[in-house]
Design a protein around this ligand. Sequence first.
Ligand code: AMP
Length: 168
Amino acid sequence: MSLHKFRTIYFKLAQSVTDMSDNESCLFCKIVRGEIPASIIFEDEFTMAFMDIFPISKGHCLLIPKQHYVNMLDVDTKIAKRLGVRLAELTRKVHSAFEPDGIINVIANGVGAGQEVPHLHVHVIPRNEGDRFGFMFPDDYREEMAPRDELDSVANIIRASTDLLGSK
Ligand code: AMP
């Protein structure tokens, strides 16, 4: 493939990613603006909770910041705090509404983590025994505990790194 062709494809792809992340065309920004339908559970100045359109289980819903952030890697810290409080409320509400065996809160940060909609959202997913949903673990998972010095060393690396917004 020629360099020119490669660059053309690359920039087309980059453009489509930018478009997807842009407030104007972002699916969840459209929900916030009321341009597409959603079954809203609650909203306040900064956050909104609505039903997932493809629920994994009864009660599966999403919590988002109203302002456009792609995920936890770019979200404003103050907004993250508000989301945290609302997430606790939403999780408890779903729990008392349906009394599932458990509830899982999931955030996919980036395509590599399975994020499809590039607007930060937390899944609130009721879980029940035998519901066939879950994380997939490698076959050898938990065969051996990680050595403590290795865990300490990785913890040190994370502790010493700055977050993407520039604070320690
Ligand atoms: P994720 O893979 O973490 O990005 O999840 C995106 C979620 O958004 C999926 O569970 C979809 O079912 C859900 N979703 C996509 N479009 C809509 C929509 N218009 N209204 C509600 N949920 C949606």
